[in-house]
Design a protein around this ligand. Structure first.
Ligand code: AHR
Length: 502
């Protein structure tokens, strides 16, 4: 049994957490939209064709912001085809995922869905095949109430302004797979001029510039520096994307890979601050970690399908069926984001429904929760307020590709009303439980309230439409004496431990 001591001192505040740390993402990809959030004729569909069973699960996750409509899809997205009466909606080929897009759901429908889901929209503009003038037309259509052409067009279509506050300047623009890939200089200039012009039209918006598509890109680092140098004055965030995978079947190394996020976030933060210093700017650019998740189960079969059966409408793509160990990795990633909440202000679990998603749908059946649903739900529900660092004394171990891996990772969050302290903790050893002692310092009147955990001996167990094998359980085998909680964190477990005061 590994021994761990966690001390949480109220003075060790990391940062206020931006609620948007618990964002997500819906792309026009596979069955995310059609048969996902939207399926007229389904028994649970409402008057707008939105599946209410899906809406209920999205509400359970309490997602504050949803990125839309891509992803790779956005780099050849013609927004005009997705607005107005049915006869104006053009059917288009989507080159990113080699599918046919009917444009039945567009900006107006998605905004209506977001309202029903209790979330806000993070919109992306096409900087792959289009540019500044198109982004301006799009912004005018979405946000303005002037007597100009696109604002009037939206009114003719029967909509009030959508009031979209957060805008992505394209997506993964250094990726060779991206339609309209650019060099850092080309993209930096375009992002700068587009964000500048958009803010001239609506000075209430915030803009996210694309960082490198991932940390292993040959362009990583130099891309961020050049893009920030060009666009610093006009953008508010730079994006990071990361997908975890366990193709090697090495669970402990998979759990350790969450540490890569520390290096990733620290590097991008340093580059932001280096450019800030160079520009002699007072402004701080933060991170929008707007794609993260596990993604590897379906990669080969998806490549095959896109090659052999192109141009289908809403085919089954990226429908990873998540294992227990994937849920633990996602829990670890959430702990890292909370630990870095001083600079990571937005994060989007990619994605939300059917496509690498916590929520799945059956075309002729119900909606169900994947294993990864739960850590995200816990963090979104209990992870709002201020992040407080945990002083964790724990052993370390090495894995195939990682050294000095802490056995236990933990962080805590003090709720906005100051009455609840939640500790999120993962034991990342696979063969050993961890005997943990948790002590609070400076939290007058707080007492232990509850402990929930995700546990399994089988790392590869999954949920399905028929059976929910992984779900949180309330734990009662603890000792709480003299303000110290003693609890055994099971090998490979996600733990949510709550202290409250009246
Ligand atoms: O989320 C799936 C895809 O992953 C997105 O479209 C793209 O931005 C990333 O490469």
């Amino acid at each position: 049994m590994s021994d761990t001591r966690i001390v949480i001192n109220k003075d060790n505040k990391i940062s206020d957490i931006d609620d948007r740390l618990y964002g997500s993402f819906i792309e026009h990809l596979g069955r995310a939209v059609y048969e996902g959030i939207y399926q007229p004729g389904h028994p649970s569909a409402d008057e707008d064709g939105f599946r209410q069973d899906v809406l209920e699960l999205v509400k359970e996750l309490n997602v504050p912001v949803v990125r839309y409509p891509g992803g790779n899809y956005v780099s050849n997205f013609f927004w005009e085809d997705s607005v107005g009466p049915e006869e104006h909606r053009r059917t288009r080929l989507d080159l990113a995922w080699r599918t046919t897009e009917p444009n039945e759901v567009g900006i107006s429908e998605f905004s209506r869905w977001a309202k029903k889901a209790g979330t806000s929209v993070m919109m992306a503009v096409n900087l792959g095949t289009r540019g500044t003038s198109d982004a301006l037309n799009f912004l005018e259509y979405c946000n303005l109430d002037t007597d100009s052409y696109y604002a009037s067009l939206r009114r003719q279509h029967g909509d009030e302004p959508f009031g979209i506050k957060l805008w992505c300047m394209g997506n993964e623009m250094d990726g060779p797979w991206q339609v309209g890939q650019k060099t850092a200089y080309e993209y930096g200039r375009l992002a700068r001029e587009t964000a500048k012009a958009m803010k001239m039209m609506d000075d209430t918006i915030e803009c996210v510039a694309c960082g490198s598509a991932h940390i292993n890109m040959p362009t990583f680092g130099t891309w961020e520096r050049e893009v920030l140098t060009q666009a610093y004055d006009y953008i508010d965030y730079i994006s990071c994307h990361q997908y975890f995978e366990n193709k090697a079947g090495n669970t402990e190394d998979f759990f350790a890979s969450a540490d890569d996020l520390d290096r990733f976030i620290d590097t991008v933060t340093s580059i932001c601050d280096e450019v800030k210093a160079q520009m002699k700017s007072d402004k701080t650019v933060n991170i929008s970690f707007d794609e993260w998740n596990c993604w590897y189960h379906t990669l080969d079969q998806d490549d095959e399908r896109m090659k052999k059966e192109p141009w289908g409408i809403a085919p089954h793509l990226l429908e990873d069926n998540y294992t227990f160990e994937d849920a633990i990795v996602n829990g670890l990633a959430l702990i890292k984001f909370i630990k870095h909440s001083d600079r990571v202000k937005i994060a989007c679990l990619a994605q939300l429904v059917n496509v690498i998603a916590p929520i799945m749908t059956e075309k002729d059946g119900g909606a169900w929760k994947q294993t990864i649903f739960y850590p995200f739900m816990h963090a979104s529900l209990y992870g709002r307020g201020s992040a407080i660092a945990c002083d964790v004394t724990t052993d370390t171990h090495s894995t195939a590709k990682h050294k000095d891996v802490t056995d236990v990772e933990a962080v805590s969050v003090l709720s906005k009303d100051g009455k609840q302290l939640t500790v999120f903790a993962v034991n990342r050893l696979t063969g050993e439980d961890a005997a943990a002692e948790i002590k609070l310092e400076g939290f007058e009147g707080f007492i232990f309230d509850s402990w929930q955990a995700l546990e399994s001996d089988d790392m590869l167990v999954t949920n399905s439409a028929d059976e929910e094998r992984i779900a949180p359980a309330s734990k009662t085998d603890y000792e709480y004496k003299d303000g110290i909680l003693k609890a055994t964190l099971k090998a490979a477990s996600w733990n949510v431990i709550i202290f409250k005061k009246d």
